[in-house]
Design a protein around this ligand. Structure first.
Ligand code: NAD
Ligand code: TDX
Length: 357
């Protein structure tokens, strides 16, 4: 299998992982076709992330389209206008805490949005087999582990938060479109990502920024929940590999084989940030505050990604130390990005830089 695509519709390409994916496509992946980035620009999307790509490839090989994946007419129009032959579907509401406070947006975007994309793709592609719908999903669909064991591709789904339930639902729809209509699909379920451009509501960027700003470092519950961390570029190299080489209808787990208790990860992060920022680690430690636990907080995630490694030969490039160092450097060196994503100024920026639909 060696699929070739001429126009990839990347949904959610102005968010954290989608941004990194588009940089990866035009960079290390050496993709030579066109990328259409469809993003609604919710609080989590910032098209300025792709200013460098826009400058070099804008209007030729890179096209930004602001819009909602639930807008069927819009999505149909894009398939038609750009002759899309692959979808890399990243767009989602992605933050578990927000899903607890307001599940509706999660059901709308993650379930209805995925359905809309699938249904438009099915009708536009009319049984073609030289096309692909790739769905980016999460390990959270599998639920929570005890001290032992790993999530495998055949682990039963057991989502526990509104976020993971909405992602599980989207995964089922993607598989159903393959089994029922023969839509060529691939699916990946990945563990926790970290790296540049992640919205500072997620654990690692939130903690880095709170340290340098002298704010409290909120640890949920006893701090002993475990996550498996993977550098975003390694996630994206796996997504791209699965898109080109993965068997249609299959899902592949992606992980860092890198489990950390939250409190131990925070401890390591405090050491790295204090060294790089020239601050005292003792002062950072005083900021650590145990707070009320997240309702339904999953205890442990851990991924078995042997299928991806054995079948497709995937390898991670980044060690955790190197990835964390790059991430800390990026957040310490990109204050304007942080100010703009927090203030929403990027909306003014896109009005100045892009023609609105
Ligand atoms: P993110 O929240 O940073 O970005 C999501 C992007 O989707 C934003 O740019 C947002 O504007 C856009 N979007 C939201 N609703 C939309 C809509 N209705 N129409 C069009 N665009 C919309 O998320 P992320 O962390 O980059 O996650 C990307 C994907 O990867 C998600 O599907 C998520 O479930 C999955 N995932 C994330 C992680 C992680 O650790 N962050 C791990 C595994 C899987
Ligand atoms: O302030 C915090 N304090 C804290 O203790 C935050 C924001 C988080 N936590 C804990 C909760 C989790 O155990 O840290 C861990 C990581 O939390 P998040 O960064 O919110 O990630 P998580 O809930 O694990 O989900 C992430 O990984 C899987 C992404 O947000 C999802 O989109 C992805 O699917």
């Amino acid at each position: 299998m060696n699929r070739k695509f001429s126009t990839i519709l990347v949904t959610g390409g102005a968010g954290f992982i989608g941004t990194n994916f588009i940089h990866y496509l035009f960079g290390k992946a050496g993709f030579d076709g066109r990328v259409v980035n469809l993003d609604a620009l919710t609080y989590a999307g910032n098209p300025e992330n792709l200013a460098a790509v826009q400058k070099v490839h804008g209007g030729k090989r890179y096209f930004f389209e602001r819009g909602d994946i639930c807008d069927r007419a819009l999505v149909e129009g894009l398939f038609d206008k750009y002759e899309v032959d692959a979808v890399a579907h990243f767009a989602a509401e992605s933050h578990v805490d927000r899903s607890i406070l307001g599940p509706e947006a999660f059901v709308r975007t993650n379930v209805m949005g995925t359905y809309t994309l699938l249904d438009v793709a099915r009708k536009a592609w009319k049984g073609r087999d030289d096309v692909l719908f790739h769905h980016v999903s999460t390990d959270e669909v599998f639920g929570s582990l005890g001290d032992e064991g790993y999530f495998r591709e055949d682990t039963a789904y057991d989502p526990r938060s509104p976020y993971s339930a909405s992602k599980a639902s989207s995964d089922h729809l993607v598989r159903a479109y393959h089994h029922t209509y023969g839509l060529p699909i691939t699916l990946t379920n990945c563990s926790n990502n970290y790296g540049p451009y992640q919205f500072p509501e997620k654990l690692i960027p939130l903690m880095i920024l709170n340290m340098v700003e002298g704010k409290s470092l909120p640890v949920y519950g006893d701090g002993k929940n475990i996550r498996d961390w993977v550098f975003v570029e390694d996630h994206n190299s796996a997504v791209w590999l699965v898109m080109r080489e993965g068997r249609a209808g299959e899902s592949y787990n992606i992980g860092g084989e890198n489990e950390w208790e939250n409190i131990k990860l925070l401890d390591r992060l405090m050491e790295i940030v204090s060294l790089k920022a020239g601050a005292s680690v003792e002062d950072y430690r005083k900021l650590v505050t145990y707070v009320k636990d997240r309702p339904g907080h999953d205890r442990r995630y851990a991924i078995d990604c042997s299928k991806l490694k054995k079948e497709l030969g995937w390898k991670r490039e980044s060690s955790f130390e190197a990835g964390l160092a790059r991430t800390v450097d990026w957040y310490l060196g990109n204050k304007p990005w942080i100010d703009s994503i927090r203030s929403g100024d990027y909306l003014k920026w896109i009005e100045a830089n892009y023609k609105q639909r």
